[in-house]
Design a protein around this ligand. Structure first.
Ligand code: NAD
Length: 492
């Protein structure tokens, strides 16, 4: 690592600090951030309180109008520079992501590349027309326009699993459309989910007070949903917390965007190449230890092929080492905390007790959970019904297409569906019967793009989307403007 790169995340700048009007002390003291792999200290951040949140929101509200009035080209240039900065410092940033969130190096690299992609896509969106013409229908001969205006201050709340991407995709969308941002990263990943972002925008020249980072827990998130200076909350996380956030925002009449969990089915058609299907299912299930909202949660295979597919997955699982990605060559790193490993063990035990077959894995060692394969999974088992958020391949047999669709649609979630088969038209026709927000034919479920609207149906969200066209749809609102050349008289 050369000297200039090492300075980008210079710890003397941010250790023990929150980012409110620059790097300052929070009133919540400081907190150690530890590595999920071995408990080693990664860094120390400042902890914000509800009081700090209020200060940040007031500062953001004061700064926002000037930002909205800034030329779109200038906003776009700052977003593009932030993308350049992340990419230029990737060699320094990747090891932080590896240690803080237990990511294997390719996943950490994906965080940088996709985050840069979200920033660049938001920069392009910033240049889209803010003013749309509307055809006048009531004969008043007024020029009619729809002018899209920013909400004001957007509060962002993000989870631990992809802390950089899932924070940036909302922050970039909000800033691109002229909003200011107060961002609360998950307290377990505030460096990749907060410090890196603040540093990138600082160096990119974002004017001061437009972005504040308030590392903290539920109480800071709850304060965000009640703060009068915050007009919208963009939340990514669990359905349980999402529904609390939605309820609080509803009570306080705030716009809310919810990106929640998934129990995503990958349907293997009877004409699929089984090797390819197994490879897709393995990646979709085990990438980042299954801690992905888009993770493959059910692998649906024809009765005649399910046992073979489970064996193929088990063979792969035996060859996927689990370890500390900061030190070992491994395919799976740790889960975020040990309690998660215990929860997932209980899901596997429940399936086995109810008649499922455990082919490999199922037992954790601390935060380390091996690639696991269950087959013979059925409705009524927790492995069938719950979002596991861990590295468990759940193989379910189906008798015909109608049953495959029925099994896939039994979930309350509706984020992603995948279908793998040789007859593409047939696979797509079947896929279109799934209640999902993303459908992938001949691909696994973990697929995202900075220009595609991301989000799901049912318990996966509240019908909102993020990215692509959803940048303007969600992060601005319309002002309807009519203009007559001169005022005219009315009947009285
Ligand atoms: P979580 O809901 O526990 O936490 C998410 C964030 O909410 C954290 O920053 C947390 O501090 C904050 N929070 C907790 N209580 C709060 C409250 N009362 N008010 C406001 N904020 C509060 O989620 P997690 O365990 O960190 O992440 C896993 C979940 O996130 C899974 O369900 C996963 O599917 C989902 N997820 C969804 C997406 C998506 O885009 N749809 C992406 C990644 C993860």
């Amino acid at each position: 690592m050369d000297g200039s790169l090492a300075e980008f995340l210079d710890q003397s700048v941010w250790t023990g600090k929150v980012y409110i009007d620059g790097w300052n002390d929070g009133t919540g003291g400081t907190e150690a951030v530890t590595a999920p792999a071995d408990g080693a200290l990664v860094g120390t951040i400042g902890r914000a309180t509800a009081r700090d949140l209020a200060r940040a929101a007031a500062s953001a509200a004061a700064a926002q109008p000037a930002w909205e009035a800034t030329a779109p080209e200038e906003r776009a240039a700052i977003l593009n520079r932030a993308a350049d900065i992340l990419q230029a410092n990737a060699d320094e940033l990747i090891p932080w992501i590896i240690r803080e969130s237990g990511s294997i190096p390719p996943k950490a690299g994906i965080e940088i590349e996709h985050s840069a992609g979200f920033l660049r896509a938001a920069a392009e969106a910033a240049l889209e027309p803010r003013v749309l013409a509307l055809k006048s229908v009531d004969g008043r001969e007024a020029e009619e326009q729809l002018i899209r205006v920013a909400h004001g201050v957007v509060g962002v709340i993000s989870p631990f699993n992809f802390p950089l991407i899932l924070s940036i995709r909302a922050i970039a969308a909000a800033l691109a459309t002229g909003n200011a941002v107060v961002h609360k990263p998950d307290p377990r990943t505030p460096i990749s989910g907060g410090v890196m972002i603040a540093r990138a925008f600082e160096d990119a020249g974002l004017p001061s007070c437009l972005l504040h980072i308030v590392p903290g827990g539920a109480e800071v998130g709850a304060a965000m949903c009640a703060d009068p200076n915050i007009a919208m909350v963009s939340f990514t996380g669990s359905p349980e917390v999402g529904s609390k956030v939605g309820e609080a925002c509803g009570r306080n009449l705030k716009k809310v965007q919810l990106e929640l969990g998934g129990k995503n089915a990958l349907i293997v058609m009877d004409d699929a190449d089984l090797d390819i299907a197994a490879s897709n299912a393995a990646w979709g299930t085990w990438l980042h230890q299954g801690q992905i909202c888009m993770a493959t949660g059910l692998i649906l295979a024809p009765v005649a092929k399910a046992a073979m597919l489970a064996e193929m997955l088990a063979t792969k699982a035996h060859h996927l080492p689990v370890g500390n990605p900061a030190m070992d060559a491994c395919a799976l790193g740790p889960l975020i905390v040990e309690a998660e490993a215990k929860r997932i063990e209980a899901i596997v035990e429940d399936a086995v007790a109810k008649g499922a077959t455990l082919h490999v894995g199922g037992k954790a060692k601390g935060t380390m959970f091996p690639a696991t394969v269950l087959s013979g999974v059925k409705p009524g088992m927790r492995a069938f019904e719950e979002e596991i958020f861990g590295p468990v391949a759940v193989v379910v047999a189906y008798t015909d297409e109608a049953q495959a669709v029925e099994l896939a649609n039994m979930s309350d979630f509706g984020l992603v569906g995948s279908v793998i088969g040789s007859d593409v038209a047939r696979a797509k026709a079947l896929g279109m019967r799934l209640k999902v927000g993303h459908l992938h034919i001949n691909d696994q479920t973990v697929t995202a793009s900075p220009i595609a609207p991301f989000g799901g149906r049912g318990r996966s969200g509240n019908g909102s989307r993020i990215s692509g066209p959803a940048i303007w749809e969600e992060f601005t609102q319309y002002v309807w403007v009519t203009t007559k050349p001169a005022a005219t008289p009315y009947p009285f």
